[in-house]
Design a protein around this ligand. Sequence first.
Ligand SMILES: [Zn+2]
Length: 305
Amino acid sequence: MKLRTLLTVSCWLLISFCIEGKEISLTFDDAPLPGSSVMSGTDKTARIIEGLKSQQVEDALFFVTTGNIRDEKGVARLNAYSQAGFHLGHHSHSHSSLNKLEAKEYLLDFYRAHLMLQNYENVMRLHRFPFLHYGEMLEKRRIVKAGLDELDYQVGYVTVDNFDWYLNGKFLEAHSQKKSINYEKLKEVYISTIWQAIEFYDNIALKSLKQNVKHVLLLHENELAALFIGDLVEHIKRNGWKIISPREAYTDELLAPYKMEYTFNKQGRVAAIAHNKGVDKSSLRSEAENKDYLDDLLKKNEVFK
Ligand SMILES: [Zn+2]
């Protein structure tokens, strides 16, 4: 075998080995978020379902903020996700931070959302803390965890945090100001920054946890997802990753158990465990989770003019 061929084959084998076993599931927070000047809420839901189906994504999880269900259209949007075979999770009623509420107040809000979710199909008993705020004091975390346990809820943690919500805000602002929008560049920025976050948190898993994990990607049920979710999934798959169901992701033996000793939860479960093993917080946040960084990127790419 020629040296060049040998090198090519070796590189290919090395890459295959490194990406083997890479798995990620998709979750969308705050559903049903209202529509905007870009598209109606109903249209947004239809496009997200279409985008996921176009990439043969069989399951995804929509974390519902029940306070966002304002009318029959909101109800219909959640039913559309269930009917498409996707699942719904619990993201509170009022989207309040547990770092600001008393445990009892938080649980009252939690029960209200729990009762409202009884009206829907395909609901998983997973609770995602708004803002990923798990409570700033151990006692508070304990009381709320006991409340979740009583109703058989697990914590719907994430492993890949990112700023898709910030980019979406910038997009809506530019659209309402009637700026000209370069959609191709907008798509590139959306995909590249989320991909950057996926690689960042996966590297922490490999370095600090010393293993591949079943990832949970945090997205929001927003306009950018409606426009580009199919392209994002295609990009992830093109890089050798497999899309798995959230149900499967939440069986990860290392990540799934929520432990009181995790005190740094804001950047997701991989970062929480790495921090618990002694890694400094400053190295557990990806570069793309920074407003100045994203503003520069949008400017450099002339996304809005
Ligand atoms: Zn949220």
